[in-house]
Ligand binder design. Structure first.
Ligand SMILES: [Zn+2]
Length: 403
């Protein structure tokens, strides 16, 4: 399936213009469903006849179905259109210890979820994942499957089609995409976990007017995704956004990447556990991060101090992002956001202290706990809907219409 690039409308052939108009209509249905053809024409600026042709095509392709019948005070009842919820995507959130596998519809609603252990042997993980995907497909014969989307705690290199740089997985470079595609016969898309969270915000969130956004995911490690000028920043070999591995203290503790004193070793869940251990709170094989948060909630002062230290480190590292990319919003993802009333003000104060000119960016936790999984739904859908990016501007839309 050809990807539609909404930015190159100046050189668009008439066929590309049709693709652009199709993308405009499909995305309007997605965002405003159920919607009538008349409203589609009005909002898109396209002619009614064009909208009708595209809508018929989308219905034939089973992307769109007739929705509820609208009631108008007078005259005809318009027939509303909505996305076909029988189109499904299988998604997985691969993390160092466990992997969540889920079934979602085109609207990002989850129909089922299951958890499996992640093996340090990538072949084993790929085989187990493929077996679970097959079971999901077999037990849902009514659905039409679009593909598999996977969020990884690492980077996927488009050029070599391999997972590269996954320090917290302890995997070598690995062709996860190839192994899964040959085992399942389905198309597989991989994305870095923080980038997946960016896609979730832009695709499913309410950030239509945001063109510069950063997501920071904090778990075993610390990842960042950067959405800049309305597009996801990828960089060479897909490595853009590795702020977590910028050394803040060359004499600091060793990091899984091989460096020392990276932002990650001061601000991740593991860092908080280390602070707790160092302050005499527990043996090295002591509590999990979840336990540590419960201890803090029950008033354990050493646990509170360890988490405060982690919060300050998260905020201080964000100075790099504020000074480097000037985002309008910074969205945080991670178990720690459950204690936002404690973490939030500390991080906000650190971020505000790092602003060079003007107001600080808005800092907030992500909505819901499923950002990584929802982002991979968008990752698969963008093959049909066009790449995830800020809303198409009016001038770009007019150029497409003029073709
Ligand atoms: Zn590092």
């Amino acid at each position: 399936m050809r990807r539609i690039n909404f930015t190159n409308t100046q050189v668009a052939s008439s066929e590309t213009a049709r693709d652009i108009n199709r993308g405009v209509v499909l995305n309007l249905i997605r965002r405003r469903q159920p919607i009538s053809r008349a409203d589609l024409a009005r909002v898109s600026g396209l002619q009614r006849s064009t909208v009708s042709l595209i809508a018929e095509q989308l219905i034939r392709e089973k992307w769109v179905v007739y929705g509820p019948v609208g009631r108008l005070p007078r005259g005809r009842r318009p027939t509303y259109l909505r996305l076909n919820e029988q189109r499904a995507i299988i998604v997985a959130d691969l993390r160092p210890l466990q992997t969540t596998v889920a079934l979602a519809d085109v609207n990002g609603r989850f129909l089922s979820q299951e958890v499996m252990p992640t093996s340090s042997d990538p072949h084993k993980t790929a085989a187990e994942l493929a077996a679970r995907v097959q079971r999901i497909v077999d037990s849902n014969p009514q659905l039409e499957f679009e593909g598999i989307g996977i969020s990884i705690p690492g980077r996927f290199d488009d050029a070599t089609q391999r997972v590269i740089f996954a320090p917290n997985l302890h995997w070598p470079e690995f062709d996860l995409k190839g192994e899964l595609e040959s085992a399942t016969g389905m198309r597989v898309e991989l994305e870095n976990a923080a980038n997946a969270c960016v896609l979730a915000e832009v695709w499913f969130g309410h950030v239509e007017h945001i063109r510069d956004l950063a997501v920071v995911t904090v778990s075993e490690g610390l990842g960042t995704g950067v959405f800049i000028n309305g597009q996801l920043a990828r960089g060479l070999r897909g490595m853009a956004g590795e702020f977590g591995h910028v050394p803040l203290d060359p004499a600091g503790p060793e990091c899984t990447c091989g460096g020392r004193g990276c932002w990650e070793v001061f601000a991740s869940n593991r860092a908080a556990l280390r602070y707790y251990h160092e302050s005499g709170g527990a043996p090295a094989d002591g509590p999990t991060f979840e336990d540590l948060m419960s201890l803090a909630e029950s008033g354990d002062q050493l646990a509170v101090r360890a988490l405060d230290k982690m919060a300050h480190a998260i905020g201080r590292g964000m100075h790099m992002m504020v000074a480097g990319i000037a985002p309008q919003e910074i969205v945080l993802v991670g178990d720690f956001t459950r204690l936002w009333s404690r973490f939030g003000p500390i991080i906000e104060a650190e971020v505000a202290a790092g602003v060079l000119v003007g107001k600080p960016p808005r800092v907030r936790p992500a909505e819901g706990k499923l950002a990584r999984l929802r982002g991979t739904v968008a990752l698969v859908l963008q093959n049909h809907f066009g790449p995830v990016r800020a809303e198409v501007s009016d001038s770009e839309r007019k150029m497409a219409i003029a073709q």
